[in-house]
Write a protein that binds this ligand. Structure first.
Ligand code: GTP
Ligand code: MG
Length: 431
């Protein structure tokens, strides 16, 4: 398992209700309206924390909710705001909408906070609804329901060192030699189809290595196994680029892989890199020497990274490579985050203004953020509030939509928390 995955449910707090109240003044039968507003419901947010390394917490607890807002009071007293709920997640957590699979957030900065379920707004008290013609309004709003979301969290693999290279260059063999990983090794391309993770230890220093499946030309267009594993490199601190000394075109291989990195995310080219030329046991010592000077000359033209000549089979040169890796990692104290291609999508807001109508066992169900919220905030026993909902419904085009779906008198309609009955081209709110 290379990802930690957790599915969780969030519920933000509902807003408190607004209240109806009138000022009590001496010698006056009824003072002006003084019903206060409800408090806002607490929101649920995630906060990225680099000291966490797993989503295990969300495997045991799956339902989270923030506090509801308090109701308003007399004397224009505002209800108490619900307390926010901030959940800490490991840096590198991706947040998906579990129903649509849409990536909502990608927490890639330490202490970054994203709100995943918004608390409901408090309903207005009747003090809000006084006008010159209505000095004694009975109108109040209920609190807006807090948002609910069903999310899937995925933790990106975080390795200190990523081993990359063309297929069969010996990446899996190398990780098996330097770490505790026991990957499949074979002499055909694409032996590795999912990344292998291992922990390497050199003296008292340990680091995490990932063996990334082989890359070929046009991987970024989906060739071979494609580039879907390249995101594992984004968070690694150091890249070990492995080449095969038996390849007919070593410099070409190097350029091909670098180009794939560039096409995926050009910022990857700036990652600190070490180049290792593998399988030196397969050719004569004298030939290794001549290859060395030739490659040093040719590769120098395109990169300044140090070259290491190794054999994962005889272990020749492996220690030197490991010492170099440790030295580099110690210099690179903090992970180098590649933020250039950070994807952040806001939750779809398309239902904010519009609505959709569906029919389920004879009941017409209206979905659409604005209408649902307003309906839920309307107390069905409050005539003024119901009248306002009716006005918004008739202006929204909902009646036409229902008629297009062949609604007839007496049919039930559900909008948010409210139920209505269709009658004579209108919706009568019944509950
Ligand atoms: N002689 C020799 N053979 C090696 C060396 N390293 C790897 N090999 C062989 O090269 C072949 C490919 O090795 P792998 O480690 O599976 O290569 P890979 O880069 O992980 O390949 P993919 O997973 O397909 O991308 C295997 O037959 C290994 O035994 C080496 O240093 N010397
Ligand atoms: Mg492999």
């Amino acid at each position: 398992m290379f990802y930690d995955i957790a599915k969780i449910k969030m519920k933000a707090g509902d807003g408190g209700n607004g209240v109806v109240s009138f000022r009590h003044e001496r010698y006056k039968a009824k003072g002006g309206p003084d019903g206060g507003d409800g408090g806002r419901g607490g929101s649920v947010s995630f906060k990225a924390d680099s000291s966490l390394g797993t989503l295990a917490f969300f495997i045991t607890k799956k339902n989270f909710s923030a506090e509801n807002g308090g109701n308003g009071g007399r004397n224009d007293r505002h209800g108490k705001n619900g307390e926010e709920l901030i959940l800490e997640v490991p840096l590198g957590t991706m947040v998906f909408d579990n129903k649509t699979n849409e990536l909502l957030y990608d927490l890639s900065e330490d202490n970054e906070i994203v709100e995943v379920a918004k608390g409901g707004r408090g309903g207005f008290g009747n003090a809000h609804f006084a006008t010159s013609t209505n000095q004694a309004p009975q109108m109040v709003e209920l609190g807006e329901p807090g948002e609910e979301s069903e999310l899937r969290l995925e933790l990106k693999l975080v390795a200190d060192v990523a081993i990359i290279g063309i297929p069969s260059s010996g990446k899996s063999t190398l990780i098996s030699v330097v770490s505790n990983a026991k990957p499949k090794i074979a002499d055909y391309p694409f032996t590795t189809i999912i990344p292998n993770l291992g922990v390497a230890a050199v003296d008292n220093f340990s680091f995490v290595v990932v063996d990334v499946p082989g890359l070929i030309k046009d991987a970024y267009l989906g060739k071979g196994l494609g580039d879907k594993f390249l995101r594992h490199i984004e968070r690694s601190r150091l890249v070990v680029h492995l080449l095969d000394i038996t390849s007919p075109d070593i410099v070409g291989d190097y350029k091909t892989i670098r180009n794939e990195l560039k096409m995926y995310n050009s910022a990857l080219l700036k990652k600190p890199e070490v180049v290792a030329i593998n399988k030196i046991d397969t050719i004569e010592k004298s030939k290794v020497k001549s290859q060395k000077s030739k490659l040093e000359k040719e590769l120098r033209k395109i990169t300044k990274t140090p070259l290491f000549f190794i054999s994962s089979v005889t272990k020749e040169g492996i220690n030197n490579l490991l010492f170099k890796i440790v030295k580099e990692l110690k210099l690179l104290k903090r992970p180098v985050f590649v933020t250039e291609k950070k994807k952040v999508f806001k939750p779809a807001e398309r239902l904010l203004r519009s609505f959709e109508i569906s029919k389920e066992s004879g009941v017409y169900i209206v979905t659409g953020r604005r209408l649902e919220r307003l309906a839920s905030q309307t107390n069905p026993d409050n005539t003024e509030a119901v009248a306002r909902l009716q006005r918004v419904i008739s202006a929204s085009g909902l009646i036409k939509g229902l008629e297009r779906m062949k609604i007839k008198d007496g049919y039930k309609i559900k909008i948010g928390k409210r139920t209505g009955r269709f009658e004579d081209g209108r919706i009568i709110i019944i509950a």
